[in-house]
Every structure is written in structure tokens, then in C-alpha cells.
Design a protein around this ligand. Sequence first.
Ligand code: DAH
Length: 335
Amino acid sequence: MQPDIQALEAEIKEFEISSPEDLEAFRLKYLSRKGVIPELLGSIGQAPKEKRAELGQQLNALKKLAQSRFDEKKQEFESGSARYAAATDDITLPPAPAPVGSLHPLTQAMSEIKTIFMRMGFTIADGPELEDDFHNFTALNFPPEHPARDMQDTFFVRKNEEDPSEDQVLRTHTSPVQIRLMKEHPPPLRAIMPGRVYRNESITAKSYCLFHQVEGLAVDTDISFAELKETLILFTREMFGSDTAYRIRPSYFPFTEPSLEMDIWWGSKKGGQWLEVLGAGMVHPNVLKSVDLDPQEFTGFAFGMGVERLTMLWYGIDDIRLFYDNDVRFLEQFH
Ligand code: DAH
């Protein structure tokens, strides 16, 4: 009897092996001493002489095929079960959630502030953090002896060891960008200027050596104090809700006249307190003159708000240092 080599080959290839038990059945059927292939090999002698060589080759190829299927599956089961045995975790549990990052609370507040002012028709501008004395102080009408120029508040940067008159400063506020903007663009102007500022102050829950401000400036032929007030009040309502308590107080800045400060009520269970969030005023005539604008023709308002303060109010954070610690336990609360 001639064995059907092709049928056998197909059978070996298609034999379902999905468990170690199937694998044993496969081995018994084809490869064991009493299995199909060894039996056939043993009976080659009964085949007609001229067919023996060919049949031998065919059967050996079948044996190889069965053996390699067997080896392959065996290895698969062994490595799988080895992995299973080594695992100490419960692999039927759902996977642990992958931690995803989130925007820093200051970035989130900053983008909210920008959105509100853009809706009011303000554009966005910026300027350098390393400034010269002219932009940071002189053009903003700081008298030469003004205490803000004191070493206590300002980080000075010496460019030229021989010549201290070339000293620069890490800007102490974003107001110098007003000067740059007015020099670049003739009025009408309506822009905010967000950015980092630096102060040589001791670090406490309320002050840090670096923080962020959003400067605002509007210059045209008929800008009024009423418009300034309305802009600030609208901003406060948009950012904190229409029932937020605020107050506006007279104040002093060299670069505005008159000047004001705005506080927002920080309520708590034990009572609360007013928190100063911004300074503002009508652009001082001397500032307009410093950029060659005629104070008889143009008026303007300006403001500068503290972004950390606003963010602390927005999120109820009571220590400014938290923004700069990079502690994930703090940061992950602001998804
Ligand atoms: N530059 C001031 C500061 O850092 C804030 C400020 C007050 C900015 C009044 C202004 C302004 O534009 O009009 O304390």
C-alpha cells in the first residue's frame, strides 16, 4: 500500500495544537515509536525496490516537518508558562492607569487671562527679560534716586567689568515692554504684554525672586479713566465670576497719574482678606514724551497684574513657592 504523503503533510500542518495536551497527542500520533511516521519508515522494506529511495526521502521530510512543529510549539508553551509562573502580580487585573501630564497652573491661568483680553480686542506683545536701565526705569519716569533702583530689589547684570554704566537689569516688571511697544507702533494701541519678572526679595509664602506679570496698555486720542476702570472690572468678572468682591484704591506709580490699585476679596472659613492683584493708572505725560508722543494729543491707560496672585485666588493656593517646587503631588491636582 502506498502512503498518501500529501494528505499526511497537510494533516501535520493543520493539526490543532493549542495546549500542552494537544502537543502530547501530536507527538504520540506522528513522532513516537508507534507513531505514523516511524511506522511508515519501518515498512519501507515492503515497498517496490525502485520506489524505496524516493519514499525514504519523502518520509524523512515529513518527519522533519512534524519534529519542527513539535519543537516550535513546545518552546512556545514552555516560555509562556515560565513567564506565568514568575509573575507575582495578578495579571487578570486591569492595567494601572498611565500617568498623563497637565499644564502648570500658572500656564492655565495665563492662557485664561490672554483669552479674556483678546476677546476685549487686545493684542499680545512681548519684550526681553534682560533690560537696560532706560527701559526698565528712566523712560518710565523713575527719578534717579527712586528706591526701586536699589540693590535690594533689582538683580543687576554686569556686561562690562570696566564700565558699570553698561550694567543691565533682569526686568523688575513688564512695564518696559510698554516703552518698546510705543516706540515700535504708533497709536492707536491696545495690547497686553505677559512675561517673567525678577526681584531681589527674600523668599516667603507671598514673594518669590521671580514671578509673572501681565502688562496692559491702551493709547489713543481719547482714552479715559472710565475706560480703564471698566476694563479692569470686566476682566475681574470674567476671570472670577460676576459676584466677586473687588475694590479700587488710589495709589502711586511714577509712570501713571492718577494711579490705582485693585484688590480682590479672598474669602475663607475664618473670614478673609483683601489681596492686591494689580496696579494701574493713566499713562504719565512724561512717559508719553519719552517715546516722542505728544501728551496734548494722546492719552492712555496702563495696568500691571501679578499672575501668581491671580492664580492663587483662582485655584485657592496659599503659598507662592508651590508654583516653583515642581512637586508632582501639587501639580497633578490641576488636570
Ligand atoms: N509695574 C508695576 C509693578 O510691577 C505694576 C504696574 C502699576 C504696571 C501700574 C502698570 C501700571 O502698567 O500702570 O509693581
